[in-house]
Design a protein around this ligand. Sequence first.
Ligand code: R5P
Length: 321
Amino acid sequence: MALYEDMKVFSGNAHRKLAKDICAYMDIPLGKCEVFKFSNDNTFVRILENIRQQDVFLVQPIAYPVNDHIMELLIMIDAAKRASAGRITAVVPYFAYARSDKKDQPRVPITARLVANLIETAGADRVLTLELHAGQIQGFFNIPLDELSAIPELAQHFKERQVENNIVVVATDAGDAKRARNMAYRLDAPLAIVEKVRLGNQERVESATLIGDVRDRTAIIVDDEIGTGGTVIATANTLRGHGARDIYCYAAHAVLAANATEVLEQSDIKQLVVTDSLPVPPVKMGTKTSIISVAPMLGEAIQRIHTGSSVGAMFNGGGVA
Ligand code: R5P
């Protein structure tokens, strides 16, 4: 039984299409609100519907421009709190700053923790997110957080469209092996791991050691996000050097920063499959890119949170913890 009788979903400016698609899945209208900047660069939010004692979901992936969209989210949460919402869930399908999750150099921040604190301090009661860079980021929040996985959808896409059977799933980094292992499990394929080395803070990546056998196999690279594309390209080069055949790339979040699209277009990667957790503007849409929607999954999770049913049950019957 639902704790709060009424439910409403609102969107910031980060990805209104996703919010609309989520609402379409749930067969409810997207809530009305205005979110804009005054000429002095200050963000303003006004919720245009009554939300007193209602279950409120605010959809805002932290898309480019990242800092503006964080502020929008925080101000929307504040507006909802001051409008006496019964419960506020921040729906953040892409959590930016997630790579800043530890102090791995002297005198650096842990920005993912800071952003988590900000969301909580603004007044969110829960968070719903998708494929965090590292699962441990869940612990940066002291409020309930549901993390959905994009792997079942990505695996399903590969199963439905590809005919290759001699495949290997490849993690781009030892730290990412669990995500790739989950994909490998779903595709009943072996796993290989490429060791990644980041060179300073220059966003340059080198891949070196390969663990596993990729020779004469079709390789499926799995990653949480495509940033500059450097990781995927470096991984693909290593795989080629070890005799892999066709190379596919499956990733949850299409950040596509800098000239990632051009880099991927010019590479010999056969196909890039990503989700719509982030908007992909037409100019960033490469000829090899396919986008699968996570709106139904997010809509289903929102419905389950609203009614107090299990979100974990959505993922039963596949994958490994
Ligand atoms: C980093 O550890 C992540 O898992 C991704 O591999 C990374 O964010 C991709 O970034 P880029 O495309 O810039 O190499």
